[in-house]
Ligand binder design. Sequence first.
Ligand code: 5GP
Length: 170
Amino acid sequence: MERALLISQEKIQGRVKEIAAQISSDYEGEDVVLIGVLNGAVFFLADLAREITIPVRIDFMRAASYGSRQTSSGKVQLTKDVEIPLRDRSVILVEDIVDTGLTLSHIIEDLKGKGPRSLKTCVLIDKLERRETHVSIDYCGFRVEEGFLVGYGLDFDEQYRNLPDIHVLK
Ligand code: 5GP
């Protein structure tokens, strides 16, 4: 499938360092739990965590949405829960991309129920084209208007996740 380079590895890594510095400063003197949404956020979370200078714990969740591959149907089911207790912890939810916003808002509601001291969101790509529900994004890597993106964790049919840059599929 044809693809065009959208965000280079160098730009991604530069931005990841900036976000990590911001998080390290915002949470100075605390420790945080980073929760990655599988599978897409794995690369972003791994790079981010290694640039953060305060103590971090790491855990993962998985959400499945039903419908066609390139769009989200709005039915979100959590198929893997976190395993670290979150009560009274500072939690940052780390996601690869927000499109309609339905997945993230569903996960946020679920995490709120676990009684964290605070809950923020960190998203590599905020894709504005099809937003259906407001989600608050506290740390954002890049804003993109439209297109189907692959690379740096983002897949098409489980392919392309390992590309170091982000591309638009044509
Ligand atoms: P939302 O619930 O915000 O519509 O969608 C979030 C999920 O849809 C993401 O976690 C991701 O799995 C998928 N998604 C949305 N846009 C894209 C995209 O441009 N590329 C890829 N690979 N996945 C996307």
